[in-house]
Write a new protein. Structure first.
Length: 335
């Protein structure tokens, strides 16, 4: 384990605990834990875009839309999705676009804008979605990213995937010829999950990705984050809670979803000394996505995030080069 990951683990132990309200409603948890479930391709008809503003050599727009996943138990605060669209001026009005999903604790857009800067300089646009339960979409009473129940975690995963699929389709309908998806850590896992349910060709670059959230919450340095005492009150103690959570999350793993139809368009990136994501977890996904490529970042989870953005950008550009442009008539320009 890289020393930065060890330090981050000690600091994480002082953060608010996840799942302080336990497992969540039993009927909801049972429905969400029945294994990965597909969904119809959602369409976005009510996207509100701000007027473009210029930031240096970028055009930036803010976007909002009613979440297609906002039916039922998703909190009211998370019902409206929010994103930023960053397009390099020199690339024209409809360049290829990569959707970046948020890592754990990545509220707002600043961290992903840092990661995306080399990509923007190469003429690829970037879209940044704010997760449900994060930033302006955080429910009242939630402390930072510390989701209050396990059911909230599963709802966030599924809702983010539904919204991401909808945004990718929206980008293609606007006339962007290629789309891709990436993310770091939790964002990488959700990017991989989203890619499994998107029916059209796309570039896929999950970074520091686990095949399942189970080893992240029960084995890595973040295993100190769950409130094991709260979870154990209804299932026989902390160790029984750890086992139950591992089994639940493993049942929802990426290896339970059919693999990508064309894994050659996928490039996985792993940190060599990752203390958050066990190496065996990434390798399980690689084996499941037979034909995908694996590359490495130097150092550990934190070090890779701070120093690996040029390697991440190179992988995304290479994955985009393996995708044929999709010829669709663009929608009418937004008013």
């Amino acid at each position: 384990m890289h020393w930065m990951d060890s330090l981050a683990g000690r600091l994480a132990a002082r953060r608010p605990r996840f799942f302080e309200d336990g497992w969540g409603a039993s009927a909801l948890l049972e429905r969400l834990s029945k294994g990965p479930q597909g969904f119809a391709l959602p369409e976005l008809h009510e996207v509100t875009l701000s007027a473009p503003r210029r930031e240096g050599r970028l055009l930036v727009q803010e976007g909002r839309f009613p979440s297609p996943a906002a039916v039922g138990p998703l909190p009211a605060a998370s019902a409206e999705a929010r994103f930023q669209l960053l397009l390099p001026l020199e690339a024209g009005p409809r360049p290829p676009v990569c959707l970046f999903l948020a890592s754990s604790g990545d509220h707002g857009f600043g961290l992903r804008r840092f990661l995306a800067r080399p990509l923007l300089s190469q003429g690829v646009g970037v879209m940044l979605l704010e997760n449900p339960y994060y930033g302006s979409r955080r429910p009242p009473g939630q402390k930072d990213e510390a989701l209050r129940t396990v059911a909230d975690l599963l709802l966030m995963f599924r809702a983010t995937a539904v919204e991401a699929v909808a945004l990718l389709g929206w980008l293609l309908a606007r006339g962007h010829p290629k789309v891709g998806i990436s993310g770091y850590s939790m964002g990488g896992s959700m990017a991989a999950y989203t890619a499994c349910f998107f029916p059209l060709p796309m570039a896929v670059v999950p970074v520091a990705v686990a095949h399942s959230a189970a080893p992240v919450f029960t084995q890595g340095v973040l295993s100190a984050l769950p409130d094991w005492e709260a979870l154990g009150r209804t299932c026989g103690g902390a160790e029984a809670a750890r086992q139950r959570l591992a089994e639940l999350l493993e049942g929802l793993s990426l290896t339970q979803v059919p693999p990508l139809s064309n894994p050659r368009r996928a490039i996985l990136l792993a940190a060599r000394q990752d203390g958050f994501v066990p190496a065996a977890s990434t390798l399980r996904l690689l084996q499941h996505w037979r034909g995908a490529e694996l590359r490495y970042l130097r150092g550990g989870h934190v070090h890779g995030l701070l120093t690996g953005r040029s390697i991440i950008a190179r992988a995304i550009l290479d994955a985009f080069s393996r995708v044929e442009p999709l010829q669709l008539p663009p929608e009418a320009p937004e008013s």
